[in-house]
Design a protein around this ligand. Structure first.
Ligand code: SF4
Ligand code: SF4
Length: 435
């Protein structure tokens, strides 16, 4: 490994040997890796990262360099799709990060901020509502638009780029809908539970409403189970496995209290983690069976709609659309066809595939905040592909990707509209005239 300051001489927990042994160092994953494509550095490729994990597992000291290369990984799992040997890279990077988290030395302020965000803010409806209201007031005052404008002039450096990524508050917040049941339109074909997320209740309340409407249009009685909360994906990606397990148990109890044909999410990043609750809790006797039952019922909303007979009373949307795969949908859940099929089903909508649609846009949970420079370089390239399609709508399947792409449009785009696939469907249902 490269010479670097040693962080820990002692062995740290990391990926299982069984997983590490799967890599045959063929390099077929390299071109699928966004950080390797930008930097061209082996240590920032999947193969290089696996090599470093093996070294640490074999007793090499943990260095700052190791922390940086593991930290710069988006956990997008593009390498998993490319790998012929079935290397479970997503699980391995989560395990590597959990090991690093256990020995992390942070300053007092950084520790407190982290504790507050992960331990309290994301788990509290009250605190998220307060944060959302403050965000809304900031927007209402015009200060946020001013900040974005200044950021675009590159006067604020990295802070300017972060300004581009701040989510918007979207009152009234969706928290008020939790506990409600929405009837199916027409004959009831399914009874589904909808998990509304955490930040999405504040920043994507209209998307959540559109999701419920589209499900209702497709014969679903939609229950928003009381007691649900943050799925723990951000905790898991940041190495906080125990906290993620606690949140998983809360959601499992909330959902299994009812009887459903499926449990739906519109956030691919959350869906990937929700589908892995079975694995996350497999060593907890009281929850192992319940967690695997829960995960078996989880469906991304596009996956669910793609698997049933779609209500075809869709009006015209006269525009060209391109689709950005959400990594956790394409690579994590292997759902690629359903969102494209749904878009192609809409009359008037011309589908244009972009080059490298399944390469990460740089969003990756909180990555675009903590690794902002790399995230913006990846976004820059992504927008070249988006612009080349000349589509007016950029559709995707994850709120985090929507935020990143909206920033991309502001910085490098051609005034494209960024929409979730279900929002495009919702628009088509609204446009239906009955003719
Ligand atoms: S992760 Fe897979 S594709 Fe990449 S080098 Fe290892 S075996 Fe090859
Ligand atoms: S998860 Fe994504 S960024 Fe990380 S090594 Fe794999 S392809 Fe590269």
């Amino acid at each position: 490994m490269e010479d670097s300051i040693v962080v820990s001489e002692h062995s740290v927990a990391g990926p299982r040997q069984f997983d590490l042994d799967k890599c045959v160092h063929c390099g077929l994953c390299l071109n699928a890796c966004p950080t390797y494509r930008v930097l061209g550095v082996e240590m920032d490729s999947p193969r290089g990262r696996v090599y470093q994990m093996v070294q640490v597992a074999n007793g090499a000291p943990v260095t700052e360099s190791y922390q940086e290369h593991i930290g710069l990984c988006l956990a997008c799992r593009g390498c998993e799709s490319a790998c012929p040997s079935g290397v479970p890279y997503g699980r391995m990077v989560e395990d590597a990060r959990a090991g690093l988290e256990a020995i992390a030395k942070r300053g007092w302020f950084a520790r407190k901020v982290r504790q507050f965000v992960f331990g309290r803010l994301l788990q509290s409806r009250g605190l998220l509502s307060i944060a959302g209201t403050m965000l809304y007031l900031l927007e209402f005052s015009g200060l946020k638009a001013l900040g974005r404008g200044v950021g675009q002039l590159k006067l604020l450096g990295r802070l300017g780029d972060l300004q581009q990524l701040t989510p918007s508050a979207d009152p009234p917040f969706f928290f008020s809908q939790i506990g409600r049941t929405f009837p199916a339109e027409g004959e009831r074909r399914y009874r589904v539970a909808f998990l509304a997320g955490c930040i999405a209740n504040v920043s994507f309340a209209r998307l959540n409403e559109a999701t419920v409407r589209v499900l209702q249009k497709n014969g679903c009685e939609v229950v928003i189970p009381e007691g649900q909360g943050c799925c723990g994906a951000l905790h898991l990606h940041s190495g906080m496995k125990d906290e993620a397990r606690k949140l998983a148990r809360i959601n499992i109890d909330a959902v299994l209290a009812g009887a459903y044909d499926a449990v739906i999410t519109n956030a691919a990043g959350c869906g990937s983690t929700l589908k892995e609750y079975g694995e996350l809790l497999e060593e907890q006797p009281e929850y192992a069976e319940k967690a695997s039952r829960f995960s078996g019922m989880m469906r991304d909303v596009t996956e669910f709609l793609g698997g049933i007979e779609l209500n075809r009373k869709l009006g015209r949307v006269d525009a060209a659309v391109t689709y950005q795969d959400s990594c956790h949908l394409a690579h994590g859940q292997k759902v690629r066809k359903a969102p494209r099929d749904l878009l192609r089903a809409i009359p008037g909508l011309a589908f244009r595939e972009m080059a490298g649609a399944d390469i990460c846009c740089g969003s990756a949970g909180v990555y675009n905040v903590v690794q902002n420079e790399m995230a913006m370089m990846i976004l820059d390239r992504k927008m070249e592909s988006v612009n080349a399609t000349q589509a007016q709508i950029v559709a995707t399947a994850n709120p985090g990707c929507m935020l990143q792409l909206q920033a991309g449009v502001r910085l490098h785009g051609k005034e494209q509209r960024v929409m979730h696939v279900v929002e495009v469907l919702d628009l088509a249902y609204k446009n239906y005239s009955g003719a």
